[in-house]
Structures are given as structure tokens and as C-alpha cells.
Design a protein around this ligand. Structure first.
Ligand code: ARG
Length: 260
């Protein structure tokens, strides 16, 4: 377990995201290309129009039509960067109908990111994508209840990346409860939020990183409360998913976005 935890923590510090992460895991380095939500079902076309798949093997969400919010561990630093392709508008990554693909122009990794907490980054796109955006939580009021997660990551721990977007619901886990689980004592309560069932079975997984965790707000609109960050394995009992606590960084994200 020590070794696994070290690998996971190291994975979170790497820029190459899913590929690096999976290859660092003790199980199934073979499926580096595949990962999706565990215990989920297929999202329907148009259900989560703000969802983005990034070419390095991560998820993201449209913060604005020209800026994707993802995880810091999915990128390698800040600056001009035309190497990332964002795919949006489809649940089926192989469908060309409605699919929009745009290259990156710049990346902004969270200031002070060192592989521990602060796991957020922004990617500026070459052109706006004409799809709905996902607003982010600016207060802690939605950091509770049942959350939705979605992505093209592994559907089982060590499994392959998915062609079709999967979705699932996971309940909030308090910081105290989360930190008590084996492997979670390093949880940064002010910067991270946990979600999952004590019995496991439903979770995000490798390749979902950077994607949003969201819920309905008081106006019944989707609002982003988390960013897929890390976990001990995927969907194991007593091992929740850990997400960047978006409300903590909402003003930093907004000012970073206006600088791009
Ligand atoms: N670090 C992983 C990635 O880069 C995400 C892991 C999420 N794990 C979990 N058990 N919820 O794709």
C-alpha cells in the first residue's frame, strides 16, 4: 500500500496525466489509453454539453467558450502551448457529427502547484467552442449532497479509456471521514473534497482527471464543485475519489482566466 500511495502521489505530480498515471500503477500498464468512470452508465448526446476530452488523456469542462478548466496534474506547466487538442460536442469520441476539435494556445497551471493540492489549470483554445459552459461554485454552499461525475476514463481500475462518455453519481464525504480512510491522511481539507460510497463500486478513474464533478444549484442549473484529482485505486471500498475543491479557487480561477 505504501508503494501504491507513492505511485499515486507521484502520478498526481506528473504532467502526462493518464498515460503516466496508469503506467505507474502496479496493475495493468497495458491499458494506458483507456479509462472511464467506474460503475457508471452512458451519458446521452447533449446531456453534459460542457464536457471536454483533452488529447493528453484527461477531461475538462468549458469554463468559458474559449477556456477549459482541468487539473494541474494534466499539464506540464504554464505558457504558450499548441500541443493540446480539445474535443467537445460528442459523447462518442469517434463520431464526427457535432464534434468540435480545437487546439490549445496557452496553458496556465495553478500558481504554486507542487503536486499536493491546487490541482487546477486552464487551457486557452485557439477558437471559442459554441457550446454551453459550466459555471463554477464560488461559495461552499454546494459542497454537499450528491454529485455527478462524467468522463472517458477507465471503467475499471487498470482498465482502458472509453470511446463513449460515462456518467455516475457519488455522494459527498466529509473531510473528517475522508481523512480517516487508509491512504487519505494527507488530504488537504481546504483544497480538496471527497466523494464516493463506503462500499465503493462507483468512482472516477484514470483518464477522468481534470473533468468536472458537478450538481444542481438552487436555480436547477449545473454547477461545478470539483475537479477529478486522485484516489487510491478506483471504486475500492473505503477509498473515495478526491476532487479539487473548486469554491476555494474560484477567485483565483477567475483572475487567471482574465489574464489568458
Ligand atoms: N489521477 C487520475 C487521472 O489522472 C484520476 C484518478 C481518480 N481516481 C479516483 N479513484 N477517483 O486520471
Amino acid at each position: 500500500m505504501k508503494k501504491l500511495l507513492t505511485a499515486l502521489k507521484r502520478c498526481a505530480a506528473l504532467g502526462a496525466a493518464a498515460l503516466a498515471i496508469v503506467s505507474l500503477q502496479p496493475v495493468s500498464a497495458a491499458n494506458a489509453a483507456d479509462s472511464r468512470v467506474v460503475g457508471g452508465t452512458r451519458a446521452t448526446q447533449g446531456e453534459f454539453p460542457f464536457m471536454v476530452r483533452l488529447s493528453m488523456g484527461c477531461g475538462g469542462a468549458l469554463y468559458t467558450q474559449q477556456i477549459v478548466l482541468t487539473a494541474a496534474h494534466c499539464v506540464s506547466g504554464s505558457g504558450n502551448n499548441t500541443s493540446i487538442t480539445a474535443t467537445a460536442g460528442v459523447v462518442d469520441l469517434q463520431s464526427t457529427s457535432g464534434r468540435v476539435q480545437v487546439r490549445s494556445t496557452k496553458v496556465l497551471q495553478a500558481p504554486g502547484y507542487n503536486g499536493n493540492g491546487k490541482d487546477w489549470a486552464l487551457i486557452k483554445l485557439a477558437q471559442p467552442i459554441n457550446l454551453p459552459t459550466l459555471k463554477i461554485a464560488t461559495t461552499t454552499q454546494y459542497n454537499t449532497g450528491t454529485f455527478t461525475v462524467a468522463g472517458w476514463g477507465a471503467a475499471t481500475e487498470g482498465g482502458s479509456q472509453q470511446r463513449y462518455m460515462l456518467k455516475a453519481n457519488v455522494p459527498f464525504v466529509s473531510d473528517a471521514q475522508c481523512r480517516a480512510y487508509s491512504g487519505y491522511s494527507g488530504l488537504i481539507a481546504s483544497e480538496e473534497i471527497c466523494a464516493g460510497l463506503p462500499s465503493g463500486g462507483v468512482d472516477t478513474c484514470q483518464g477522468d482527471s481534470g473533468g468536472p464533478m458537478f450538481r444542481r444549484d438552487s436555480a436547477n442549473q449545473w454547477i461545478q464543485v470539483g475537479i477529478v484529482s486522485w484516489g487510491i485505486g478506483c471504486a475500492r471500498p473505503n477509498a473515495p475519489g478526491v476532487y479539487t475543491e473548486v469554491s476555494t479557487f474560484a477567485s483565483a480561477i477567475a483572475s487567471a482566466a482574465s489574464s489568458l
